[in-house]
Ligand binder design. Structure first.
Ligand code: NAP
Length: 244
């Protein structure tokens, strides 16, 4: 049995990752922050596939909750093979119109949440000399839109952290990669997609937004043994997103 923890697995890209990993035979621990019904719905889909999915409600920005989550994983499974740090939030706003709290909220989930989970996971993986970690970045880290200074900075931090952690953990046989999606059809991008769909598509070589399953397929690859020689990379899954 191999176990995988997916943060933010109740909706969107995270839910697609939970399903992709379940199809690969992983027992999936589905973390989410608040939406019990959505999380249960994903677990039911996993059960319909004949897979196993355990729900784990916790706010990844809260160190105590993350520590409790990992203690629970220890007692229930005794091991963790894969960590996918997918939970993230968006709060686009022009910097001049923003409040300090806007930056704090984005950073506490998008980067501190990743660090909190990677710290706990790496301790367990180092002890077993095996494991794979995938952190969710964004096209915004390198090609941000207007009003994305907070989000872009947090995702840039995710990419730098991912590469540094890969250096630290490679001697212990643990791979660490990031995935940087473009515009994907989820709740998070509903407003952006509704604003000017034609303009948006013109900036994408494939002329369409992506599906969550298309990101999940790349994440699942990076989590598996097929990617045994891949670490310290940022994989772009953006249909060929062009800078302005
Ligand atoms: P989404 O549809 O808004 O779903 C976000 C998920 O994260 C939900 O399951 C939510 O759980 C969970 N979450 C949020 N804050 C959390 C916290 N503090 N602790 C635990 N879980 C938390 O987002 P998405 O579009 O699927 O995006 C997933 C990831 O991909 C994010 O990191 C995002 O930045 C990145 N990304 C998305 C796109 C895109 O186009 N959609 C593009 C680039 C990068 P609850 O509902 O229970 O709160």
């Amino acid at each position: 049995m191999k176990t995988a923890l997916v943060t933010g697995g109740s909706r969107g890209i995270g839910a697609a990752i939970v399903l992709a990993l379940a199809r690969k035979g992983f027992t999936v621990i589905l973390n989410y922050r608040s939406d019990d019904a959505a999380a249960s719905g994903v677990a039911e889909q996993v059960a319909a596939l004949g897979g196993e999915c355990v729900l784990a409600r916790a706010d990844v920005s809260d160190v105590a909750q993350v520590d409790a989550l990992f203690a629970d994983i220890d007692s229930r499974f005794g091991q963790l093979d894969v960590l996918v740090c997918n939970a993230g939030v968006l709060r686009d706003t022009l910097l001049g119109a923003s409040e300090p709290a806007d930056f704090d909220d984005i950073f506490s989930v998008n980067i501190s949440g990743v660090v909190n989970c990677c710290r706990q996971a790496s301790r367990r993986m180092v002890a077993r000399r095996r494991g794979a970690i995938v952190n969710m970045s964004s096209v915004a880290a390198t090609r941000p839109g207007r009003g994305q200074s907070n989000y872009a900075a947090s995702k840039g931090a995710v990419e730098a952290f991912t590469k540094a952690l890969a250096v630290e953990l490679a001697p212990r046989g643990i791979r660490v990669n990031a995935v940087a999606p473009g515009v994907i059809e989820t709740d998070m991008t509903r407003d952006i997609r509704a604003l000017a769909p034609q303009e948006l598509n013109k900036r994408i070589l494939l002329r369409r937004v992506g599906g969550a399953h298309e990101v999940a397929a790349v994440v699942a690859f990076l989590c598996g043994d097929e990617a045994s020689y891949v670490t310290a990379q940022v994989w772009h899954v953006d249909g060929g997103f062009k800078a302005e």
